[in-house]
Design a protein around this ligand. Structure first.
Ligand SMILES: [Zn+2]
Ligand SMILES: [Zn+2]
Length: 218
C-alpha cells in the first residue's frame, strides 16, 4: 500500500505574488465565471500533496444573493454570512486576502476598502436559517440596520431613524446637533409619553414578511 505523503503547511504564497496567506485568514478565491466577484472564504487548512500540489480546506462566506432568502433591503453591500459549507480547493484559485469585520467594527471604519467585508450572521446552507435568529430593528419602519444607510439617533430614546422615514432631507439631518424623534419631541411644551415598543427584534426571515406588510399598509 502506498501511503500518500501529505504535508500540513501554516501558510501559502499566492501564485505570482509575494503575498502570503495563513490558516485563519479570510481569502478571495477566483469564481468560475470571470464576470462574477471572487468567492470569500476562511482558510481552515493548507495541505501539500505530491508534486507540490497544494490544496486548501475552506469555509465559505455566502453573499446575501447566494442565500436561499436572497438579498434583502437591510443587507449591506459588503455583507457576508459565515456558512457551514466547507470545501476543498486548489490553492491556485486563491486571488488575495480580505478582511471580514464584525458588524460593530465595520460600522466604525473610517473608510471601507475594496477588501473590507462584514459578517453578523452565521448561515446554514442546507436550511437557509440564520444564527443569531433574532435581529434588532430600528426606526418607524422597524428594519434591521443596514450600515450603508445613514441613520440619525434620537437623543432621548436612543432609537435610530432613516431620514427618509422622518421625511427629512440628508442635508437637514447632517446639520442637526440634537435630534428628538416624533415620540420624544416636546409638543406644545408637553412631553408626550412614548409609545411602548412591542417589537425590538425580528428573525432575519421575518423581516421580509414585515416589509411586505408595511408596503401593503401604505
Ligand atoms: Zn426607517
Ligand atoms: Zn425618541
Amino acid at each position: 500500500m502506498v501511503k500518500s505523503k501529505k504535508k500540513i503547511l501554516d501558510s501559502y504564497t499566492i501564485k505570482g505574488t509575494k503575498k502570503t496567506v495563513k490558516v485563519g485568514d479570510c481569502i478571495l478565491m477566483r469564481a468560475h465565471d470571470p464576470d462574477k466577484p471572487p468567492y470569500v472564504a476562511r482558510l481552515e487548512k493548507i495541505e501539500e500533496g505530491s508534486r507540490n500540489n497544494v490544496r486548501v480546506r475552506v469555509r465559505w462566506y455566502y453573499r446575501p444573493e447566494d442565500s436561499i432568502g436572497g438579498r434583502r433591503q437591510f443587507h449591506g453591500s459588503k455583507e457576508l454570512f459565515l456558512s457551514d459549507h466547507y470545501d476543498e480547493q486548489s490553492a491556485e484559485t486563491i486571488e488575495g486576502k480580505c478582511t471580514v469585520h464584525t458588524f460593530r467594527n465595520y460600522t466604525k471604519l473610517d473608510s471601507v476598502g475594496n477588501d473590507d467585508y462584514f459578517c453578523r450572521f452565521e448561515y446554514k446552507a442546507a436550511t437557509g436559517s440564520f444564527s443569531p435568529d433574532r435581529v434588532a430593528v430600528y426606526c418607524k419602519c422597524e428594519m434591521p440596520y443596514n450600515p450603508d444607510d445613514l441613520m440619525v439617533q434620537c437623543d432621548a430614546c436612543k432609537d435610530w431613524f432613516h431620514p427618509e422615514c422622518l421625511k427629512m432631507s440628508l442635508k437637514a439631518v447632517k446639520k442637526l446637533e440634537n435630534y428628538f424623534c416624533p415620540d420624544c419631541a416636546p409638543e406644545n411644551g408637553e412631553k408626550r409619553s412614548r409609545k411602548t415598543r412591542t417589537r425590538d427584534s425580528l428573525s432575519p426571515e421575518d423581516v421580509e414578511v414585515q416589509m411586505d406588510r408595511k408596503r401593503h399598509k401604505q
